[in-house]
Design a binder for this molecule. Structure first.
Ligand SMILES: Cc1cc2nc3c(=O)[nH]c(=O)nc-3n(C[C@H](O)[C@H](O)[C@H](O)COP(=O)(O)OP(=O)(O)OC[C@H]3O[C@@H](n4cnc5c(N)ncnc54)[C@H](O)[C@@H]3O)c2cc1C
Ligand code: SF4
Ligand code: SF4
Length: 464
């Protein structure tokens, strides 16, 4: 059986749209009523299903990240099992503070895109911005103004089929921005489609913890007083000058008509960490695909950018990127930006880059090994990953935590859809809270670990 069928049957589809593009729409990919894109194979021909399996990032017929990276990057790149290949690794930031206010992190992603455009390496950028199908969708930007307006992290399910269609065969060159699995499927599409391969010139990856359905934006906005039907726009990362970079706020704006037809509604913002669902550890509205992902640093992208969640950078409100470059042209642009004072760059080791994503590694290495083992024991199909199934990779407490998180993620989708239908935020809160509490029970360190921590702090105090 072509494994894309298993991917879809087990809800492991991430909704990227690669199968739809490759089959000219014979496979359809649409947003479902739970707020995420999903492929529908029911009317697709056997030939389309075979094609879809070759471009799907979770199907077995497609090469894995290691094989793609070996194909697309020169052999001279260094390599680390945690990060994939790299030319350089650094902590990085644009030096203009006013620019940084409009970016999620250190602003390097949009800075690199602007440089690629203005130095004539590309004619446009395919990336996610406001508007289109839902609050956000894949858009095409062709100017500094558009690229500057479409910044920040979009934690929202999207699909790139329509955007790729709109540029296919237009003779222009593009950079594609995406989370690791989208970059992988775009690379796979280029193996199938020579025209696309000549057009997608740069692949810009975003470090990825997990992707959210549209419900994430709706739940956070609802808690800001803007209900799902009134919601016009959200900002997932409002920076707080002077605060720790991780203490960003969430912003929501209502549609104009809902406040008496005024042209511009005010943004309401609240600290993300104080909102139910704002804790990434809970994995609320995470797509199930992300339970089967082992690529944190977009190992098939020319450059990948994330947040440098290391103590010295976390403390800086401006935000700092962790950056891994795998492309000589992009490296030259970065070197020039540093020499001209536009960029702050501080080299990091692969270990430090991995340390900046410690939670991600727990979820995507030991967590993945356990989930694969659980599936295997339940007789369920799961994609072959670079991580082996292992039910004993962690102790019993952590095992329980990983399972609770998976259950919390799974349940959140349906519970929110029901609450939305009934127009009751309270209903969602009431039903999800016991699951959050069960998770949190295993999230606090056990008594022996707490005592050990206490003893270590005492010894430190005596020695100092
Ligand atoms: C779903 C998701 C999960 C993430 N998880 C982590 C994580 O666990 N750890 C971590 O360190 N970093 C994570 N990131 C990356 C981080 O949030 C920042 O996006 C990244 O550091 C770039 O910041 P910047 O200031 O350089 O980008 P900016 O200068 O703000 O520019 C962002 C650029 O990325 C594009 N973009 C934003 N979201 C998307 C998207 N979903 N698909 C395609 N293009 C997009 C924008 O259009 C814009 O061009 C995640 C990002 C996403 C989208
Ligand atoms: S993950 Fe992408 S390629 Fe695979 S089935 Fe879903 S939409 Fe299609
Ligand atoms: S966690 Fe993995 S599967 Fe999920 S969106 Fe990110 S890259 Fe894709």
């Amino acid at each position: 059986m072509p494994t894309i069928e298993q991917v879809v049957a087990r809800d492991i589809c991430v909704g990227c749209g690669a199968c739809q593009f490759a089959t000219r729409g014979d496979i359809t990919v649409q947003r479902n009523d739970l707020g995420y894109y999903r492929a529908d194979l029911t009317t697709a021909s056997p030939q389309s299903i075979a094609t879809g399996s070759r471009v799907c990032p979770f199907a077995q017929e497609a090469p894995n990240e290691d094989a793609i990276a070996a194909e697309v990057f020169p052999a001279v790149l260094r390599e680390d099992p945690r990060t994939g290949k790299y030319l350089s690794i650094a902590a990085a930031r644009v030096t203009a503070d006013d620019y940084l206010l409009g970016s999620s992190s250190g602003g390097l992603t949009s800075w690199i895109l602007i440089q690629l455009l203005e130095t004539g390496h590309i004619d446009g950028v395919i990336h996610v911005g406001q508007g289109g199908d839902g609050l956000f969708s894949y858009r095409i930007s062709r100017s500094r103004q558009e690229l500057t307006a479409r910044r920040k992290s979009i934690y929202y399910s999207t699909s790139f089929n329509s955007a790729l269609h709109s540029v296919h065969g237009d003779g222009q060159r593009y950079a594609l921005v995406g989370v690791p699995c989208f970059i992988k499927s775009a690379r796979l599409l280029c193996r199938e489609d020579r025209t696309l391969a000549t057009q997608l010139i740069y692949f810009i990856g975003l470090v990825c913890g997990h992707l959210k359905s549209a419900a994430f934006a709706e739940l956070l906005a609802w808690q800001c007083g803007v209900g799902p039907n009134e919601l016009a726009a959200v900002d997932f990362r409002v920076k707080q000058p002077g605060e720790d970079a991780g203490r960003y706020r969430f912003g929501a704006r209502a549609k104009a008509a809902t406040v008496g037809g005024a042209d511009d509604c005010e943004w309401t913002t609240r600290p993300t960490s104080q909102l139910l669902g704002g804790n990434w550890g809970h994995g609320m509205f995470q797509l199930n695909a992300c339970n089967y992902c082992d690529d944190i640093f977009a190992e098939t992208a020319d450059v990948v950018l994330g947040d440098a969640w290391l103590p010295e950078y976390r403390a800086d409100w401006r935000g700092t990127n962790v950056l891994l470059c795998r492309n000589a042209v992009i490296q030259r642009l970065i070197d020039r930006g540093q020499a001209e004072g536009e960029l702050f760059i501080a080299p990091l080791s692969a270990a430090e880059a991995a340390q900046s994503q410690a939670g991600n590694f727990r979820h995507r290495r030991e967590g993945l090994a356990l989930r694969l083992a659980d599936d295997q024991n339940a007789g369920l199909w799961a994609p072959t990953k670079r991580v082996m199934p292992d039910a004993n990779i962690v102790g019993s407490r952590r095992r329980e935590l990983i399972r609770r998180r998976r259950e919390l993620s799974r349940a959140s989708h349906e519970l929110f859809a029901t609450a939305k239908r009934q127009g009751s935020l309270d209903l969602f809160i009431e039903r999800i809270t016991p699951l959050v509490q069960q998770y949190e029970k295993y999230n606090t360190p056990s008594l022996p670990r707490r005592l050990l921590g206490l003893a270590k702090r005492r010894i430190k105090l005596i020695l100092s």
